[in-house]
Design a protein around this ligand. Structure first.
Ligand code: ADE
Length: 254
């Protein structure tokens, strides 16, 4: 439910989200909040009580919209707002098991707080302020729909498990083996599947340790992982900082 249905057109009509709908794996309907106004000018917002700048979304159209769109007790009503719980992969997985989600796009200047009483969960996609809930709703849709069974092929679903395990992905390479002096790691050309598997796991651990160490506390780690992590930690320390941290680099290409 949005004031700007046009924002959804491109993203929902391309690529995987398009195919998911064509295959009948998901149904997405975009509703214009103004359909639930009753006045000639289709007014959806008013100045705030107590004064101040900006306009506030009125409760009536939103209440009527949610009442019309809810399909019984199995519907979950989500509100996109920077004040919500942080959106994560595990939340996406939980949503992908639901039958019916109603996504309410908030707008930049705010909404009447009574709208919160309609909502099962408020969701934020990150600590920054966007102009409205439309892009966040698309982010949620994308993350949720790719987890719906049948939407991705088998190979891709296996790759998903690596994030479900809580680590960042290992680096990938393709042809040519050397490009502008940048070589593909030898092991990947070796044909030694066990060595490749171990290298990939180790590099996933390295990426996670150097970029998002806080993820390691929640990650599911095997005995082998712990041994690899120890090696990685020693290498990172020995390499004076290890893999360059995520910062803006000037000049030389990666
Ligand atoms: N609306 C505006 N900014 C948002 C954010 N970061 N997450 C969810 N909804 C929003």
């Amino acid at each position: 439910m949005t004031l700007f249905p046009g924002i959804f057109r491109g993203p929902l009509e391309e690529s995987i989200l398009r195919r998911a709908q064509e295959k009948g794996l998901v149904q997405i309907r975009v509703h214009d909040l103004r359909s639930w106004t009753h006045d000639k000018h289709r007014v959806v917002d008013e100045p705030p009580y107590g004064g101040g700048a900006g306009m506030v979304l009125k409760p009536e159209p939103v209440f009527e919209a949610v009442e019309a769109l809810k399909a019984g007790p199995q519907s979950r009503v989500l509100l996109l707002t920077p004040q919500g719980v942080p959106f994560t992969h595990s939340l996406a997985a939980a949503f992908s098991a639901e039958h019916h989600l109603v996504l309410l796009c908030g707008r930049y200047e705010g909404f009447d707080d009574r709208i919160r009483s309609l909502v099962d969960l408020e969701v934020s996609i990150g600590d920054y302020i966007l102009t409205g809930g439309e892009l966040p709703a698309l982010v949620v849709l994308d993350a949720v729909i790719r987890l719906v069974p049948g939407v991705l092929g088998d190979a891709a679903s296996a790759a998903q498990e690596s994030f479900a395990g809580g680590l960042l992905d290992f680096p990938q390479f393709t042809r040519p083996p050397e490009y502008r002096g940048l070589a593909v790691p030898e092991v990947l050309l070796s044909g030694n599947h066990e060595a490749i598997r171990r290298w990939r796991r180790k590099e996933a651990l390295r990426r996670t340790l150097t970029r998002r160490p806080e993820l390691l506390t929640a990650a599911v780690l095997s005995e082998e992982d712990r041994a690899l992590l120890k090696e990685v930690a020693q290498e990172v320390e020995a390499e004076a900082g290890g893999e360059a941290p995520l910062r803006l680099r000037r000049g030389s290409p990666r």
